[in-house]
Design a protein around this ligand. Sequence first.
Ligand SMILES: Nc1ncnc2c1ncn2[C@@H]1O[C@H](COP(=O)(O)OP(=O)(O)OP(=O)(O)O)[C@@H](O)[C@H]1O
Ligand SMILES: [Mg+2]
Length: 205
Amino acid sequence: MAVYECLSEISNKIIANKDFLTELDREIGDSDHGINLSRGFTAVLEKVSKDEQDMGVSLKKAGMTLLSTVGGASGPLYGTAFMEAAKVLTGKTELNAQDFLAALDAAIAGIQKRGKAVKGEKTMLDAIIPARDAYAEKINAGADLIAGLEAAVKAANDGVEYTKTIIATKGRASYLGERSIGHQDPGATSSTLTLEAILDYLKNK
Ligand SMILES: Nc1ncnc2c1ncn2[C@@H]1O[C@H](COP(=O)(O)OP(=O)(O)OP(=O)(O)O)[C@@H](O)[C@H]1O
Ligand SMILES: [Mg+2]
């Protein structure tokens, strides 16, 4: 599987939502999330080989590129997530349902090791962890990758809604305290868009 095509789907989706993500970050952050990620994913498409079939090789390159180009808090976090997922998928050329779960688990562990956040702090984890749990439940009941990802995307969107109801305790948004309530988290939103793009890619390939 040429991960390039999937990364290209993610990149297009992030770029299409650049202003929306930046507006969300204006409300509770410093107005750069959409700009940061668009810059990063544009660079990813320049660095990752279109023909590389080893998913781990491409994801490692993508992670290193995100790490060095996105900046802010989310750059190291997204970079680590992709690099940890890469370790799980190294040597593999086709994505199966179990490997995707292992990759999600590795990505979450990487984000948590680096950012020291847990669920409920109004971060990207409030989308990604419920998505992972919904995905695991679905595939463990026998569903395939796409059906699992559909459940994951739904849970991630619910997670984004949940971030509106809680106070931020990590990152710049935490300076707002109670005033962060009512606003959805930019990182939870961008990680949901990322999962949606992966689903779109898999459905259309
Ligand atoms: N410790 C953390 N763990 C997980 N996600 C985090 C953490 N800190 C911030 N984030 C995520 O990063 C997003 C902000 O990313 P952005 O690209 O705007 O970087 P930033 O402006 O440096 O971030 P921040 O203002 O949150 O420090 C937040 O919406 C949140 O989802
Ligand atoms: Mg920001």
